[in-house]
Design a binder for this molecule. Structure first.
Ligand SMILES: Cc1cc2nc3c(=O)[nH]c(=O)nc-3n(C[C@H](O)[C@H](O)[C@H](O)COP(=O)(O)O)c2cc1C
Length: 167
């Protein structure tokens, strides 16, 4: 049994693609689940949970996550678990609510589980995001619409950071 579960919610496939890329970067030692169809029982055995969600509406959580988060938050036993969050957004068209899915997941779970994987707010171009506190992103923000050429390097740095923690 692998120790890492990657849970994603994706409307047009971008977050799903990144979730599978993250699995590859952990040399396949992670399992990937769509929150539109996963059950709490399936993810119970995993110690490390990587949560990925795109942002929709104006700073809203991706639809499948919106349905799953209340159950996940209330029914999951988070004892001894560690969570990391990544979020997809569009920093040009939604510059005032860029990747705020990260904030929504973080805000719901921060008092229940240890959350890791903050990164410095450097190299991003956007106007505002609730997912940035004290010049740090609460998780990894990615922009496949405008900054896809940055994704590989951003992911590599983040996964290196997580590998120090996910032992
Ligand atoms: C209706 C709609 C609303 C969106 N709202 C936001 C937003 O508020 N903030 C943001 O950063 N991106 C927003 N986006 C951009 C998506 O989050 C982005 O395209 C993402 O890569 C989609 O990932 P997915 O295919 O995994 O759902 C929006 C996209 C759509 C279609």
């Amino acid at each position: 049994m692998n120790k890492i579960a990657i849970l994603y919610g994706s409307s047009s496939g971008n977050t799903e693609t990144v979730a599978n890329r993250i699995k590859d970067m952990f040399d396949g030692k992670a399992d990937v689940f769509d929150v539109g169809s996963v059950s709490i029982d399936e993810i119970k055995p995993y110690q490390y949970l990587i949560l990925g969600a795109s942002t929709t509406g104006i700073g809203d959580l991706q639809d499948d996550w919106d349905g799953f988060l209340p159950t996940f938050s209330s029914k999951m036993d988070f004892t001894d678990k560690t969570v990391a969050i990544f979020g997809l957004g569009d920093s040009a068209s939604f510059s005032d609510s860029f990747a705020e899915s990260i904030f929504i997941l973080h805000d719901e779970l921060k008092d229940k589980v240890k959350i890791v994987g903050e990164i410095a707010d450097e190299g991003y171009t956007y106007d505002d995001s609730l997912a940035v506190e004290d010049e740090k992103w609460l998780g990894l923000a990615l922009d496949e619409d405008n900054e896809y050429d940055e994704t590989e390097e951003r992911l590599t740095k983040w996964i290196e950071q997580l590998k120090e923690i996910f032992v």
